[in-house]
Design a protein around this ligand. Structure first.
Ligand code: UDP
Ligand code: MG
Length: 323
């Protein structure tokens, strides 16, 4: 009987309706795996796809003993799918990449080289985006800069989840009970020796973007709320600002009364504006508070992050691998 050899590398790919990308992805990953010295396990995580993706994963699993797959019981979202993969990865170096080939697999050997040089985290940083609409490029550009300004830890700009992480970093990530998993932020928070490799992000190989505007916005808010308390302070500042304006107005009215006691004090519009302004300040503050409290609520419920419907490649004793 062949013995199970722990793989050196784990590649994690989250998959949500990517049937047209899987064959090409597999082909390109295959040639990368052949270049690398040491065993690789390819962990494909089906995030509740409704197309033929899962069937393709099953086929690959039958065909190639380096392939393992997890199938989440429904769509849990990209970050959770990656988290599931990280939980099950056994490699010494773990690579995360998208299924749509926007993260070119051909960069992996370069990442591995850096890892061998002693870096624990090698993340890919985009120098240009050839893909997507202008709006996305623009919002992403400003979002990453704002996040860098707001966050307590230095989160590198223009980096996504495409990266290689050492076992020790993955173990630490897996220990974090945090529900809102903004992986690129948690990865930066952990520390160790980190380095970037630069690349130009190409368009999707096939299919539609799975991150809708709403999903991207929610990921962005997650990034800020999980890594910064500045928004909370913002409401304090807004409140102080409003108080200062009110005091100034009160003194002004008082002064006016003294110098011109007979002048009629009309100010219907002013009063309306003041009411709306204060109402807005209060609602925004409550909203910000709500973002944080909602996260506490989610955390306290302590539900598992995902549910698994199917898991292949981790059966007892694990599958034999040729070593
Ligand atoms: N994805 C996922 N679950 C989702 C949405 C996306 O697993 O709910 C996967 C998707 O299949 C792809 C990766 O996450 O492999 C990135 O998605 P996409 O290309 O749509 O986003 P973007 O390129 O804008 O980051
Ligand atoms: Mg993509």
């Amino acid at each position: 009987m062949e013995l199970f050899v722990k793989p050196t590398y784990s590649f994690i790919v989250p998959i949500y309706n990517e049937e047209n990308n899987i064959p090409e992805l597999y082909k390109r990953l295959q040639s990368v795996m052949e270049q690398l010295e040491g065993q690789t396990e390819l962990i494909l995580v089906n995030d509740g796809s409704t197309d033929a993706s899962l069937r393709l994963l099953r086929e690959l699993y039958q065909r190639d003993n380096r392939v393992c797959y997890l199938s989440l019981a429904r769509n849990f979202g990209h970050q959770i799918a990656v988290t599931a993969g990280l939980n099950y990865a056994r490699g010494e170096a773990v690579v995360i990449l998208d299924a749509d080939l926007q993260d070119p697999p051909e960069l992996i050997p370069e990442m591995v080289k850096k890892w061998r040089e002693g870096y624990q985290v090698v993340y890919a940083q985009r120098t240009r985006r050839h893909e997507e609409k202008k709006r996305k490029r623009w919002t992403a550009y400003w979002f990453y800069r704002m996040l860098r300004y707001l966050a307590d830890v230095e989160i590198p700009t223009d980096t996504g989840d495409f990266c290689l992480m050492d076992r020790c970093v993955v173990d630490l990530l897996n220990q974090m009970p945090e529900r809102d998993r903004y992986i690129r932020g948690l990865r930066a928070w952990i520390g160790f020796e980190q380095t970037a490799i630069l690349y130009e992000r190409s368009p999707r190989f096939s299919g539609e973007v799975k991150y809708t505007f709403a999903k991207s916005l929610s990921l962005a808010i997650n990034g800020i709320v999980s890594f910064s308390k500045v928004p909370l302070r913002l409401s304090t500042y807004l409140g102080l600002g409003a108080a200062a304006i009110a005091l100034f107005m009160a003194l002004l009215v008082f002064y006016w009364r003294i110098v011109a006691p007979t002048a009629p004090l009309t100010g219907f519009a002013t009063i309306l504006i003041a009411i709306f302004f204060l109402g807005a300040v209060q609602l925004v503050s409550i909203g910000i508070l709500g973002e944080y409290i909602g996260r506490i609520y989610e955390q306290v419920k302590g539900r598992p992050l995902y549910t698994l419907a199917e898991i292949r490649g981790w059966e007892k004793g694990d599958r034999p691998r040729d070593g």
